[in-house]
Design a binder for this molecule. Structure first.
Ligand SMILES: NC(=O)c1ccc[n+]([C@@H]2O[C@H](COP(=O)([O-])OP(=O)(O)OC[C@H]3O[C@@H](n4cnc5c(N)ncnc54)[C@H](O)[C@@H]3O)[C@@H](O)[C@H]2O)c1
Ligand SMILES: O=C(O)C(=O)C[C@@H](O)[C@H](O)[C@H](O)COP(=O)(O)O
Ligand SMILES: [Zn+2]
Length: 372
């Protein structure tokens, strides 16, 4: 059997990330069935939780492979969009699992973007106190970020990802070919998390991105494969150092997110896509870093150039500190009632910073209401 592209090294919870590209005739250089068997072990029942947008394509293909392995499949379709990361959808999934004879030996297979991955992952973590699960990400964002690392969960109206758990998958299966049907807006949204890795811990990758955002926008297969591999390597490295965000190392993956999550929640989930909000949040964080004299103004210029080249939004006209600050106060990095931010030192290096004056946070938010 071929070797996985990347291993997430977490001791007994270690798992492979396969990065492959299926061919025009539907064949794949790596066999899904044997990879599944190798990572999951014995399985007679799978709960296939999938996004409605890929029901007739990727989800159907996965279902056929599982059926060919003599695995009984329970299909659960989730409506597309951020609002599906909800208590109501989770309850529907739990009840369908209960009604279909799901037991502790069943395996959840999440097929879709970050919404389905986070939701199905939490359903797996919580049903009968924990089922094995597999991630089959079908968006750029889910391939480079959400399918790796085991953060699962749902939103509450007042806070993103407020209920969830750390629950690692048995394997991550990335077929870059599935991106061919992804709408441009969702592809561009995923680019924010790709660029994030360059700023937080991989300066060489950031330089590569400066020259290659055009090829990525055209979905050049080699460029895509490089960006996905490099991003997954970054994520796997950070997660292996700090699986449950206890030492602070994993918190670097939250660069821009304190602002981003407040934008998403105050706008109403799904109005500003997660990656779009992350891009705007990265701009706010860079401005705050400059105001705190942690990084030079040139960092913001470099970051702006790459985000702009990727066609990401950089301003949020509705940005209102009075609305955002109460939501930010519920950020998961808050410690002893105080906000903490991931702020840049230089390209490729960021730090977790507490004691940030509120007036500087407000200035950073207000500066991103318009391009200046
Ligand atoms: N767990 C984590 O570590 C982590 C990391 C980053 C983001 N997230 C979460 O991920 C979510 C965003 O994920 P996303 O950007 O993948 O959004 P998404 O899951 O909403 O998918 C984006 C859109 O693409 C459609 N789609 C999915 N695959 C498709 C395909 N192959 N072809 C055509 N359409 C397709 C979906 O129907 C949806 O409309 C947010 O909820 C965010 O909080 C989680
Ligand atoms: O994996 C992580 O850790 C991240 O922070 C990755 C983020 O891109 C992602 O959006 C994550 O869901 C945010 O986590 P949260 O703990 O702030 O909800
Ligand atoms: Zn994110």
């Amino acid at each position: 059997m071929a070797s996985p592209s990347i291993e997430v090294a977490l001791g007994e919870r270690s798992y492979p990330i396969w990065i492959t590209t299926s061919q025009a005739d539907g064949s794949n250089p790596v066999d899904f069935a044997s990879s599944f068997q190798d990572s999951v072990g014995s399985c007679s029942h799978a709960v296939l939780i999938h996004d409605a947008a890929i029901a007739d394509t990727v989800a159907n293909q996965v279902e056929r492979v599982l059926a060919g392995m003599n695995i009984r499949v329970t299909n659960i379709q989730v409506p597309s969009g951020e609002t599906s990361k909800s208590v109501a959808q989770l309850e529907t999934i739990w009840n369908t699992m209960l009604g279909s004879g799901t037991d502790r030996q069943s395996v959840v297979v999440a097929v879709g973007g970050g919404v389905v991955g986070d939701l199905a992952g939490f359903a797996a973590a919580s049903f009968t106190r924990g089922l094995r699960f597999v991630q089959v990400p079908t968006t750029l964002l889910s391939m480079v970020d959400s399918s790796v690392g085991g953060k699962t969960g749902i939103n509450l109206p007042g806070g993103k990802n407020m209920v969830g758990s750390f629950w690692q998958p048995q394997m991550v299966w990335i077929d870059t070919q599935t991106l061919s049907t992804l709408p441009d807006r969702d592809f561009i949204s995923g680019m924010a998390e790709v660029i994030k890795y360059g700023v937080i811990e991989d300066a060489e990758f950031f330089s590569w991105l400066k020259d290659n955002t055009g090829s990525l926008a055209e979905r050049n297969p080699d460029a895509l494969r490089h960006a996905i591999t490099r991003s997954c390597e970054s994520k796997a490295r950070v997660v292996a150092e700090d699986e449950r965000e206890t030492s602070g190392r994993r918190a670097i993956l939250n660069y821009g997110h304190t602002f981003a999550h407040a934008i998403e929640a105050t706008a109403g989930y799904g109005v500003c896509l997660h990656g779009e909000a992350v891009a705007i949040g990265m701009q706010m964080a860079a401005r705050l870093g400059i105001d705190m004299e942690l990084c030079p103004p040139s960092l913001l210029e470099e970051q702006t150039a790459v985000l702009e080249a990727a066609k990401l939004p950089l301003v949020w006209k509705e940005a209102d500190p009075d609305q955002m600050l109460p939501v930010m106060a519920r950020d998961k990095k808050v410690a002893h009632g105080k906000l903490r931010f991931i702020l840049p030192n230089r390209i490729g290096d960021v730090s977790l910073v507490g004691d940030v004056p509120a007036e500087k946070v407000i200035r950073a938010i207000e500066a991103c209401r318009s391009m200046n």
